[in-house]
Design a protein around this ligand. Structure first.
Ligand SMILES: Cc1ncc(C[n+]2csc(CCOP(=O)(O)OP(=O)(O)O)c2C)c(N)n1
Ligand SMILES: [Mg+2]
Length: 358
């Protein structure tokens, strides 16, 4: 794979920017560790999928988004929300199901969003958001806006029908979208080798005559270079691409999975040696952009920021249950429908004809 070395290292020409990216990855790591802890304290309900180990794959591409671009991702979405600039307090509050959360506490961990920052979710159905992201790219094209869509998903999603439908349409209509597969080698407990006839996932792009390439997803600057180049191409030439970023999740699939039954301790250890944060920090040290004192104070800063986010989330009120169905039904008359609920009736509601049926 050809890589423009000068471009890869442009970040290193700007010390402030180089440190900003490190800080963001440290913030994500700390946020995830504390979210895991809060889950075990039963302060977070539902599911919780952590991106510990996948920070570079997230930050590297999301950092390339411009003011007219949109972001979509899967349920492993905390890193994406933080990378796009959502406040840690609002993201944590969403995990806690509080009204100050990014989805007002109704979405939870898998359904983060930040419309102001053009982050359109956080989606729980594997691969289900790909056609929706294609729709956003079509909207950009239709409105003649020179923006692009970045759509992230896991390796498991590449075996879902919607993946193929989405890539096909994006290619047929030549839409400005970069599909980023975050290949962490497993879909729950099933390895890519076991589940994919072509385990080099970027090669699937050729079925749609689309550009595909693979980069080391634990190398922040490699991800950033490739994503930047493909997003620019999408914006300027309205051409889709498939970018595969190989990485590894250090934790289990979700907090309910220890992540040990289907992979060996040796495998985990070998990936830990390629920890994206340690690796990037090492690179900054080599270039005299970072010393131990700076790293320590940065770690402390993000730790304090996350502690404060937890404090705020814990203190915030839960949403009003009366609004539970708001934004769920398009028809405002839903209220009337639920007013008729009667748990004692045979089918859960009274049987007379409802006005909204007529
Ligand atoms: C359509 C659909 N099928 C199954 C599931 C259950 N499920 C949730 S996550 C997951 C694994 C997906 O793995 P991958 O796409 O590699 O993403 P990762 O979790 O590794 O980030 C599965 C099968 C689902 N949510 N949606
Ligand atoms: Mg996976």
């Amino acid at each position: 794979m050809a890589r423009a070395v000068d471009e890869v290292h442009d970040v290193l020409q700007d010390g402030e920017q180089a440190l900003r990216l490190l800080r963001l990855m440290l913030l994500i790591r700390r946020f995830e560790e504390r979210a895991e802890e809060q889950y075990t304290r039963a302060r977070i309900g539902g599911y919780l999928h952590l991106a510990i180990g996948e920070e570079a794959a997230n930050v590297g591409s999301i950092d390339c988004l411009g003011p007219d671009d949109y972001l979509f991702t899967s349920y492993r979405d905390h890193a994406a929300a933080l990378a796009v600039g959502s406040s840690p307090a609002a993201v944590m509050a969403e995990l806690f199901g509080k009204v100050t959360g990014v989805a007002r506490g109704y979405g939870g961990s898998m359904h983060l969003l930040d419309v102001d920052r053009r982050f359109l979710g956080g989606w729980g159905i594997v691969g289900g958001h790909l056609p929706i992201a294609v729709g956003a790219a079509l909207a950009l094209d239709y409105r003649d806006v020179a923006g692009a869509v970045l759509c992230q998903f896991g390796d498991g999603a590449t075996n879902i029908g919607a993946f193929h439908e989405a890539l096909n349409l994006a290619a047929v209509w030549s839409l400005p979208i970069v599909f980023q597969v975050i290949n962490n080698l497993y879909g729950m407990g099933t390895s890519v080798e076991q589940s994919s006839a072509e385990p080099e996932l970027y090669k699937r792009a050729c079925a749609y005559r689309m550009h595909g390439e693979r980069v080391d997803g634990n190398d922040l600057l490699a991800v950033r270079e490739a994503a930047g180049r493909l997003l620019t191409r999408a914006r300027e030439e309205s051409r889709p691409a498939l970018l595969e970023t190989t990485t590894y999740r250090f934790r289990g699939h979700s907090v309910a999975d220890a992540g040990k039954a289907y992979r060996t301790a040796e495998e985990l250890a070998s990936w830990r040696e390629r920890d994206p944060i340690a690796r990037y920090a090492g690179l900054l040290r080599e270039h005299d952009l970072l010393d131990d004192g700076q790293l320590e104070s940065m770690r402390k800063e993000v730790a304090d920021e996350v502690s404060e986010a937890i404090r705020e989330a814990a203190a915030a009120p839960a949403p009003d249950l009366g609004g539970l169905y708001e934004n769920v039904y398009g028809d405002e008359r839903w209220r009337e429908q639920f007013e008729r609920m009667d748990t004692a009736a045979p089918f859960g509601e009274r049987m007379e004809t409802r006005s909204w049926q007529s």
